[in-house]
Design a protein around this ligand. Structure first.
Ligand SMILES: Cc1cc2nc3c(=O)[nH]c(=O)nc-3n(C[C@H](O)[C@H](O)[C@H](O)COP(=O)(O)OP(=O)(O)OC[C@H]3O[C@@H](n4cnc5c(N)ncnc54)[C@H](O)[C@@H]3O)c2cc1C
Ligand code: SF4
Length: 478
């Protein structure tokens, strides 16, 4: 196959990239590791859907197992299994931090991209009538405590509130890439190749010449004028490293996450939080982001804490729970590397500062739940931690001292192929081009030099939309 552009990865960034290049008249092929799923076959069965749609069946984690790193592996990427929450980050905070790291991004172009995507994906406020009942409890707690809490926006249309978004929407009410940009790109001639293993970028004399992969045991070879990596943070670094491209040892370095821990509140009243949209509200400070959430029973019980009977006793109160996550934007100290077999490994530890911020967020969230009337609050911890009164919250400091004292996770990895105009510091330049290569680009969250402190899909798509201008331009001028 010979195309103008080969894109690796079909998630938030890859699908938008493919569509935007096709819209400009380029022939495009997308190489995707995951399988193409038919939404009508999505089941309300967590174990089956983890295996079908999640990277490593949902078990990807840091090397020391302290941090679960959750990503999608299916055509449409993480957008197929995400919570459809749409957040523009605080650009007044993010863009200066990127510029200071040598990564200037044109604000007007980025804002225009958000705007266009919001129209295309029907972004609107989460509809209260299908939000889970924990939403009211969370907002009540914020009001009673005197802190700001608000309803989020989402990319759903006529959602019926079944609460199964993290396992794919079988009703096509979530405007994921699978049902929007992918068919729109296909209508413009883009070819999506699913089930492609071992994707490799081929290079010669400082130019990418194409992509090779294995599909159904056969070698697939794509000759391309441009190659764009959109395999996500972790994935894109791994592909570069497997292709022998390490940009003076900088590929894979500077990984960071927006991640943290869940905190559960138990109430007297029956909430039935599983019934309705799970992720609905936000309350944030410069130190942490709190988002109200609920999950079906398997995912919920994984972080509920307790062992054997103590876990059973807690889980039997499932109808009485409110739940939320506390997340912090970590410092860019993590790393993606390859083991001897060529598999990606994630070295990532929360710093003392990250952990201190997380503790403050857990304290705040526990107070929100108590203010809403919760009778017990438990952070997702290995030790059996249970608070019954806000006065006990001072103990958080001594109870959560190390990252392995709590169950940490992130669905928002970023960094690894940092953008910098200085070829001695970055992997890509501000035009998303890999330093030292004329026509090889990375256009996903792996290029973000500092954390965006917000859920990532909107910015993954908007940055890819912005990057497409540079990729399409022969001379890289956008
Ligand atoms: C459970 C969950 C819930 C989330 N909820 C939200 C939310 O509500 N709001 C929000 O803003 N964000 C959310 N996110 C995060 C958001 O979906 C991601 O930040 C965003 O999709 C990232 O886009 P991406 O293109 O970088 O990666 P992805 O969308 O993950 O796509 C990357 C694709 O590349 C493929 N790939 C990886 N390696 C290779 C390879 N070697 N060869 C070929 N293909 C490869 C993967 O299979 C995948 O399909 C959530 C994520 C998860 C996992
Ligand atoms: S809650 Fe709405 S968007 Fe999510 S899976 Fe159910 S119908 Fe689809």
């Amino acid at each position: 196959m010979k195309v103008d552009a080969a894109v690796i990865g079909s998630g938030a960034s890859g699908s938008v990239m493919a569509y935007e290049l096709a819209r400009r008249g380029h022939s495009v092929a997308v190489v995707e590791q995951g399988r193409r799923e038919d939404p009508q076959t999505f089941e309300h069965d967590e174990l089956s859907m983890f295996a079908r749609t999640y990277k490593q069946s949902g078990l990807q984690s840091s090397e020391d197992r302290n941090l679960a790193v959750i990503q999608g592996a299916t055509v449409g990427g993480s957008t197929v299994i995400n919570n459809a929450i749409w957040i523009r980050p605080e650009l007044d905070r993010v863009l200066p931090s990127w510029k200071a790291a040598g990564a200037p991004v044109d604000r007007a172009s980025l804002e225009a991209a958000y705007f266009e995507l919001e129209g295309a994906l029907r972004v609107s406020p989460v509809p209260m009538k299908v939000a889970n009942r924990g939403t009211e409890v969370f907002l009540r707690g914020c009001t009673n405590l005197g802190v700001k809490g608000e309803l989020l926006k989402n990319n759903r249309h006529e959602c019926i509130g079944c609460g199964w978004c993290n396992y794919g929407c079988r009703y096509n009410r979530k405007t994921s890439m699978l049902v929007t940009y992918i068919p729109w790109a296909e209508a413009r001639g883009v070819e999506f190749l699913d089930r492609c293993d071992d994707a490799n970028v081929l290079t010669r004399d400082g130019r990418a010449t194409g992509v090779e992969a294995t599909r159904d045991g056969q070698r697939v070879s794509i000759e391309a004028d441009r190659v764009v990596l959109c395999a996500g943070a972790v994935g894109s670094s791994a592909v570069l490293l497997r292709s022998g491209i390490d940009v003076d040892g900088r590929v894979g370095r500077g990984l960071h996450v927006l991640g943290g821990a869940f905190v559960t509140g138990e109430t007297h009243e029956v909430i039935d939080g599983y019934d309705g949209i799970g992720l609905t509200c936000i309350s944030r400070t410069d130190d942490y982001v709190i988002e109200s959430y609920f999950a079906p029973p398997v995912a919920f019980s994984l972080r509920l804490g307790g062992f054997f009977m103590s876990h059973f006793d807690r889980a039997s109160r499932y109808r009485h729970f409110v739940d939320a996550g506390v997340m912090v934007g970590t410092e860019p100290t993590g790393r993606v590397r390859l083991d001897r077999k060529g598999n990606a490994r994630i070295d990532m530890k929360l710093s003392k500062r990250d952990l201190a911020r997380l503790r403050r967020g857990i304290d705040r969230l526990a107070r929100i739940f108590f203010a809403a009337g919760a009778v017990k609050v438990y952070p997702a911890s290995f030790k059996f931690i249970e608070f019954v009164h806000p006065e006990q919250l001072g103990e958080i400091e001594s109870m959560i001292r190390h990252p392995d004292d709590i169950t940490l996770g992130s669905a928002h990895p970023q960094g690894g192929n940092l953008m910098s105009e200085d070829p001695a510091r970055g992997v890509v330049d501000p035009r998303f081009r890999v330093h030292g290569y004329e026509n090889l680009f990375v256009a996903d969250p792996s290029v973000w030099p500092r954390n965006i402190w917000a859920n990532c899909q909107a910015t993954a798509m908007a940055m890819s939309h912005y990057a497409a201008g540079f990729v399409a331009a022969e001379d890289g001028d956008g």
